[in-house]
Write a protein that binds this ligand. Structure first.
Ligand code: NDP
Length: 246
């Protein structure tokens, strides 16, 4: 039977590429979308035209109860989740001087609390079945910090702390937990940055002199989800065109 992969925020730029890649590899792909997302039906229809029959469930990943309900429904209707890609995320950039509690909380809840909220109802089942993959999409800015992103950098760095601790707890049960830290990838999160800022400040930091492609990150997700990656756990894999090395 096909393995079930759940990709949070699968209708976003990076998530969509991950969904398509995993589907091409034979996974049964399930995605979540924000309860307020009015374009979900259109996205599903467009994907269907491309030959992908994705399952999609509304879920506010920042809300614990919403995540529990969503996972229970997916496991009942589709089956146990073998691969969890914690991909949903937001930015609310501003200098620390201007950072208010609302924008701090929104980013922490959506990027970091969501990892707890989604992993909590899924991890025990993986352990019981003796196989599982948890892949957390962090960011280069969680590794090196970024001006105007105290909230985002803290949340993304926190994700890898979670990865390392949980990887230790579940390693013996053949469940791996890894972090991917993409650099600047050409999705709407990045293309929303004014072109002159991209050209003058961001691209010059990238030795490859270009943005990454969502498909390049999707390929790494596919590897970490595979049987071949069984010995990779607790890792934080950079995919950033050489922007940050350590
Ligand atoms: P997008 O903005 O294109 O997609 C983000 C996705 O997250 C959307 O599908 C959105 O769903 C979902 N989402 C946001 N808030 C919630 C919520 N409360 N509940 C459920 N879903 C939610 O961004 P990307 O595809 O670029 O980013 C994906 C991940 O990759 C993020 O975690 C981001 O931080 C990370 N990343 C991206 C980089 C880049 O350069 N693009 C670089 C490094 C990391 P909906 O539209 O339904 O609200």
């Amino acid at each position: 039977m096909a393995r079930v992969a759940l990709v949070t925020g699968g209708m976003g730029g990076l998530g969509e590429a991950v969904c398509i890649k995993l589907a091409a590899l034979g996974y049964q792909v399930v995605t979540t979308y924000s309860p307020g997302n009015t374009k979900a039906e259109n996205w599903l229809a467009a994907m269907k035209e491309l030959g992908h029959n994705f399952h999609a469930y509304p879920c506010d990943v920042a809300d614990y109860d919403s995540a529990q309900e969503c996972v229970a429904k997916i496991e009942k209707e589709v089956g146990p989740i073998d691969v969890l890609v914690n991909n949903a995320g937001i930015t609310r950039d501003m200098t620390f001087k201007k950072m208010d509690k609302t924008n701090w909380d929104a980013v922490m809840r959506t990027n970091l609390d969501s990892v707890f909220n989604m992993t909590k109802p899924i991890c025990d089942g993986m352990v019981e079945r003796g196989w599982g993959r948890i892949i957390n999409i962090s960011s280069v800015n969680g590794q090196k910090g970024a001006f105007g992103q105290t909230n985002y950098s803290a949340a993304k760095a926190g994700m890898h702390g979670f990865t390392k601790a949980l990887a230790l707890e579940v390693a013996r049960k053949a469940v791996t937990v890894n972090t991917i830290s993409p650099g600047y990838i050409g999705t709407k999160m990045v293309t929303a940055i004014p072109q002159e800022v991209l050209d003058s400040k961001i691209i010059p930091q990238i030795p490859m002199a270009r943005l990454g492609k969502p498909e390049e990150v999707a390929g790494l997700v596919a590897y970490l989800a595979s049987d071949e990656a069984a010995f990779v756990t607790g890792a934080n894999i950079a995919i950033n065109g050489g922007q940050h090395m350590y």
